[in-house]
Design a protein around this ligand. Structure first.
Ligand SMILES: Cc1cc2nc3c(=O)[nH]c(=O)nc-3n(C[C@H](O)[C@H](O)[C@H](O)COP(=O)(O)OP(=O)(O)OC[C@H]3O[C@@H](n4cnc5c(N)ncnc54)[C@H](O)[C@@H]3O)c2cc1C
Length: 310
């Protein structure tokens, strides 16, 4: 199944495949499973349900690789509206937001500056309602720029978090650098199709790297956010947490909306902090294809969803 990951990600770049898939309504089985809906109210509703079950959320307004200024501005607007709606619903302290810099201007002329200014606006709005922002990490060509933006943002908004991807060879060193007081780091395996010179491509090597990175984060003074659905990584994390003497609440687990929901509730039931990453919005294509690539068992479910709309 791991062999299917790269072909699925490559196929996802085809315009025809995109056209065929995006004619599916968001209500189609496979989309609905991974995406909360298209509107702000859908993200708020999903958060309410998860919070009622003892979980917290990080909400992502879907979209990436924007080359259109209006689109980037609309994305910032969507986050501002979302943060206000969470505040109005009394949910802002249980939900933070996840932001992709490529959705808010990184690929526009003067992109790094535009993305930084837009990220500042979102961080300010988040701070005003008592919550924080985490910068998602995209493909490896953007890692340095994203970490630079993070450093800038943290000067004014110290709670801003970032994602590090264990499949990148550089990440263990990045974890050591970022494991400092107040630093929120989400550690995931990584979801993009990366070349071998920058990334481990064998699953076993990625898992080993994940454990080394986790050790570095837990040994430091930051706030590790352990983002994985992998039962082995979760068991190892729990063991390493016990060994490190860290208190509950000085780290958290994170999983994606629709993935292993029973496990999310089980961990929360054990008293662990569990945050669910909730994506919403009309631009769900790239996100859905990455989820399919890492779980090709879902392909038959996906094809049934595609055919049932005909
Ligand atoms: C909160 C969060 C935020 C993320 N943010 C980013 C980001 O910014 N950038 C980025 O590149 N990636 C991000 N990711 C995606 C991440 O990089 C991985 O692609 C994704 O989490 C799959 O890796 P995994 O650790 O779950 O394990 P995998 O190696 O995919 O799976 C290992 C095992 O976990 C179990 N498992 C995995 N998926 C399922 C499933 N659907 N159903 C049942 N069991 C399953 C199975 O036992 C499987 O064998 C994020 C993930 C999370 C959870």
């Amino acid at each position: 199944m791991a062999l299917l990951r790269r072909p699925i990600l490559m196929l996802a770049r085809s315009g025809r495949v995109k056209e065929m898939v995006t004619t599916m309504p968001v209500s189609a089985g496979i989309v609905r499973r991974y995406v909360a809906g298209e509107r702000t109210a859908d993200a708020v509703r999903a958060t309410r349900e998860l919070v009622d079950a003892g979980l917290t959320t990080s909400i992502d307004y879907l979209g990436e690789d924007t080359t259109d200024e209006k689109r980037a501005e609309a994305t910032v607007g969507a986050y501002l509206e979302l943060l206000q709606a969470l505040h109005d619903a009394g949910l802002a302290t249980s939900a933070e937001v996840s932001v992709k810099l490529s959705a808010i201007g990184q690929y526009l002329p003067g992109g790094d500056r535009v993305a930084l200014e837009n990220a500042r606006r979102i961080c300010r709005a988040a701070g005003n309602v008592g919550t924080t922002v985490t910068l998602d990490m995209e493909d490896h060509t953007t890692t340095d720029a994203t970490l630079h933006t993070l450093r800038e943002l943290r000067q004014d908004f110290p709670g801003t978090g970032a994602v590090l991807q264990a499949y990148l060879r550089r990440t263990e060193a990045d974890c050591r650098r970022l494991a400092t007081e107040g630093s929120r780091v989400r550690l995931c395996k990584g979801a993009y199709d990366e070349p071998e010179d920058v990334a481990f491509t064998d699953r076993v090597d990625v898992d080993r790297s994940y454990v080394r990175c986790l050790k570095a984060l837990l040994a430091g003074d930051g706030y590790p956010m352990i983002a994985t659905h992998d039962p082995r990584m979760i068991a190892i994390a729990q063991h390493l947490v016990d060994e490190s003497g860290r208190e509950r609440g000085s780290y958290e687990f994170q999983m994606l909306y629709g993935t292993r929901p029973e496990e999310q509730r089980r961990l929360a039931g054990l008293g662990e902090r569990m945050r669910v990453y909730v994506p919403y919005g009309e631009e769900w294509y790239g996100y859905l294809m990455r989820r399919l690539a890492e779980r090709p068992q879902n392909l038959s479910f996906f094809l049934r969803s595609l055919l049932s709309q005909k």
